[in-house]
Ligand binder design. Structure first.
Ligand SMILES: [Zn+2]
Ligand SMILES: [Zn+2]
Length: 129
């Protein structure tokens, strides 16, 4: 279990870093302008976990980046996700749960079939003997 969570964390962090790189321009500006605090839950951030603090565009337009920061709001990744799940206008963030790779290999897929095949051995009626 712990391993799976570690792996998921890594996937999320990798996606986050890719987004960070793409958004480096306005993100760096916003982080200079505003204190490192989530605008919703007031969680505070340091260099150690700063990748979890994201720049939200108040009007949902990622291309609208006035230098005075009037369209930006710093949100932690959780509140940011929540904010966009409320908006649901399709113009939101591009990195989300939908982008995570899906496990396609299921080692247990035929487990039930195997168990079913074995069960009759135990229940073989005496009349067969
Ligand atoms: Zn938050
Ligand atoms: Zn946003």
């Amino acid at each position: 279990m712990a391993q799976n969570n570690d792996r998921l964390d890594k996937v999320v962090l990798d996606a986050r870093r890719a987004a960070d790189k793409r958004d480096a321009g306005y993100r760096a500006q916003a982080l200079k302008l505003y204190p490192w605090v989530c605008g919703r839950c007031a969680r505070t951030f340091t260099h150690a976990n700063l990748q979890l603090l994201e720049v939200h565009h108040k009007n949902s337009d990622h291309n609208d980046n006035p230098p005075d920061g009037s369209n930006w709001e710093l949100l932690c990744t959780y509140c940011h996700e929540h904010e966009h799940s409320k908006i649901k206008d399709g113009a939101g963030r591009t990195v989300g749960v939908d982008d995570l790779p899906v496990a396609t290999f299921n080692p247990f897929a035929d487990l039930k079939a195997r168990l079913d095949a074995k069960l009759p051995l135990k229940d073989t009626p005496d009349t067969e003997r």
